[in-house]
Design a protein around this ligand. Structure first.
Ligand SMILES: Cc1cc2nc3c(=O)[nH]c(=O)nc-3n(C[C@H](O)[C@H](O)[C@H](O)COP(=O)(O)OP(=O)(O)OC[C@H]3O[C@@H](n4cnc5c(N)ncnc54)[C@H](O)[C@@H]3O)c2cc1C
Length: 149
């Protein structure tokens, strides 16, 4: 069971920043007060509070550059997670399509489950790998390079 992430917004609210689930930021990581930036677990970008390390790194990098007078747009992070539970490898990347809206290819044996999800243009946009995650690096790279985050 995963319970999700809920940022502590007490300070942001006291400063009058627009908050929903997190501190709402634009693509330059600016809050509703443009002199105040937010990144990582506290920030909400396009309705998403990511709560994962790669997003915090990418947002922090962009926020830092923009705070220092440069310009770097943040376009979202491809969500990717890997874990091992009770000895079983599990990984997911991008769009796992729980609602079956897209075309998917599924491989299933007694010990392995692999689901690859394709968008309407037949681009790989997500996957679930269970039991055998040897494809994880290649798949994550392919999906990440397409900027589907
Ligand atoms: C148990 C656990 C396991 C996780 N496992 C994974 C994983 O496997 N993969 C993954 O991608 N992500 C994982 N995460 C999530 C990942 O750690 C976070 O997404 C990431 O650390 C967020 O970075 P951040 O800089 O936004 O926040 P943080 O890393 O939380 O940094 C915020 C910092 O601000 C400091 N701070 C807070 N309030 C104040 C204040 N008022 N003044 C000054 N400093 C303050 C805090 O002490 C902290 O050092 C895990 C998180 C937890 C808790």
């Amino acid at each position: 069971m995963a319970a999700g992430v809920r940022p502590n917004l007490e300070l942001a609210r006291r400063l009058g920043l627009h908050c929903e689930r997190g501190i709402v930021v634009d693509s330059l990581l600016r809050s509703s007060r443009p002199e105040i930036f937010a990144a990582g677990d506290a920030a909400e970008h396009k309705g998403v509070v990511y709560g994962i390390w790669p997003a915090a790194m990418e947002q922090g990098r962009a926020a830092g550059i923009n705070m220092a007078g440069g310009r770097m747009e943040y376009r979202g992070t491809t969500v990717a997670n890997r874990l091992k539970v009770a000895g079983i490898d599990l990984a997911s990347v991008g769009e796992i399509d729980a609602e079956n809206r897209f075309r998917a290819e599924v491989e299933e044996t007694e010990t392995v489950y692999k689901k690859r999800v394709y968008d309407d243009d037949d681009r790989l946009v997500g996957c679930i790998l269970l039991g055998d995650i040897s494809d994880y690096g290649a798949v994550a790279r392919e999906i990440g390079e397409k900027g589907t985050g």
